[in-house]
Design a protein around this ligand. Structure first.
Ligand code: TXA
Ligand code: MG
Length: 382
């Protein structure tokens, strides 16, 4: 039976009780909404339960899982008993928890199974803000390990329908909490290094600028910890970057159809820049394509001049999924995975995505888009 849950209804409480029993007594993995993306959750304290996450997703065993908690006491119960949470983490938790920020902690191997950490000395933990996720963790009264609820390699699901279509046949329960607010996974950071700086291992829904603002605010004149983030160097023309979390080395976020990233920023030297009409010609070139794509998905903001310049070409059949407005990277980020999955469902032959500035949510947006895209072209908008 399918019904969308509203957090305060009696029906939701029934569903939470049933799902919580399945989690804790039957080692079941369940799909649950979080504010970032849907997660595939299981009891993080149990090896058998957690191993079922890996088999449902087809996830490589060397890619560790994030553990979700609903309270500070649950967090404390997972850490080594003599461990003092560092002041920088306290500050970040005060400002950004619950929310889309994951912190690395030293693990307590007596409590946390090694399957969760993939045998690393650290464990990644976050407190989600989605009320259904929080309620489920509280009712089950166990921390929940949850990667995104997609088959490994696919875009992360931001609506229950995406989960149902991808792994629905392999799991018993999907809690439908409606579309995710953030739409990209959490920002993963590591503040455990001796130098006191914070390393961004995976850019995500919480913009790096927000983290910098809080660290700066706390310490306006004194020594402010640096936020170290790996930004791509476009002169490398999108060469693969060194992996920053175990999970980042895998190809990711790819729908089953080809994706081309279109950049409208200044092209690196030695990269050819195309006009929109040259791009259209390329797409119809039988020397380049055995089967030239006809039905093209456009994943672009409605107010972008790239979009405005492409749609008049009637040689191709356009299918637009709007990313909102170029001026709102948070909205573009929220719609990205939904757009990839929706255009895939509409059976387009090819998806064209517009690149944006790597500022705020744009950093994580571009991180995901580059992994989804098989190739990148630079477009000059005359
Ligand atoms: O927003 C999110 O983070 C979502 C929702 C469900 O909470 N979860 C999610 O999980 O994106 P997943 O498994 O798709 O991504 C977890 C990322 C991976 O890149 C993984 O390698 C990294 O976190 N990670 C987990 N534990 C780690 C650790 N101990 N050290 C370094 N990286 C770690
Ligand atoms: Mg994932």
């Amino acid at each position: 039976a399918r019904r969308r849950l509203h957090v305060s209804s009696p029906e939701t409480l029934d569903a939470l009780n049933k799902v919580s029993h399945y989690l804790t007594h039957e080692h079941g993995p369940v799909a649950l909404p979080t504010e970032t993306v849907y997660g595939l959750g299981a009891n993080a304290l149990n090896t058998k339960a957690s191993s079922r996450i890996f088999s449902v997703k087809g996830r490589p065993p060397d890619n560790p899982l994030i553990v979700h908690v609903s309270s500070s006491s649950m967090l404390a119960s997972l850490l080594p008993s003599d461990y003092q949470i560092p002041p920088m983490y306290r500050l970040l938790m005060k400002h950004f928890w619950p929310g889309p920020l994951t912190l690395l902690f030293p693990t307590n191997p007596k409590i946390i199974p090694s399957i969760i950490t993939a045998n690393q000395p650290t464990v990644a933990i976050r407190m989600p803000s989605n009320p259904i996720a929080r309620a489920l963790i509280s009712v089950a009264d166990v921390p929940i390990a949850a990667p995104s609820a997609n088959s490994s390699g696919k875009p992360s699901p931001t609506r229950a329908e995406h989960v149902l279509r991808d792994i629905g046949g392999k799991i018993r329960f999907i809690l439908d909490g409606g579309p995710c607010d953030v739409g990209l996974e959490s920002t993963v950071v590591d503040g455990l290094h001796e130098d006191g700086n914070l390393r961004v291992l995976r850019p995500g829904g919480l913009p790096v600028e927000e983290i910098e603002r809080v660290l700066q605010m706390q310490n306006p004149s004194g020594s402010v910890p640096k936020v170290l983030v790996h930004r791509r160097d476009f002169t490398d023309a999108l060469l693969e970057q060194a992996p920053t979390t175990p999970g980042m080395k895998y190809r990711h976020y790819s729908p089953s159809i080809p994706v081309i990233l279109l950049m409208t920023s200044k092209a690196p030297d030695a990269v050819q820049c195309l006009t929109p009409s040259a791009l259209i010609q390329q797409l119809q070139d039988t020397a380049l394509y055995d089967n030239p794509p006809k039905h093209i998905g456009l994943l672009m903001p409605s107010d972008s001049s790239l979009f405005q310049q492409l749609i008049p070409f009637s040689e191709l059949q356009w299918n637009h999924f709007s990313l909102g407005s170029e001026r709102e990277p948070a909205v573009m980020a929220q719609r990205l995975f939904d757009g990839l999955l929706t255009l895939e469902e509409r059976s387009v032959d090819l998806i064209l995505i517009q690149g944006i500035d790597e500022a705020r949510e744009g950093l994580a947006f571009m991180n995901r888009v580059i992994k989804a895209a098989g190739e990148t072209r630079w477009i000059s908008l005359g």
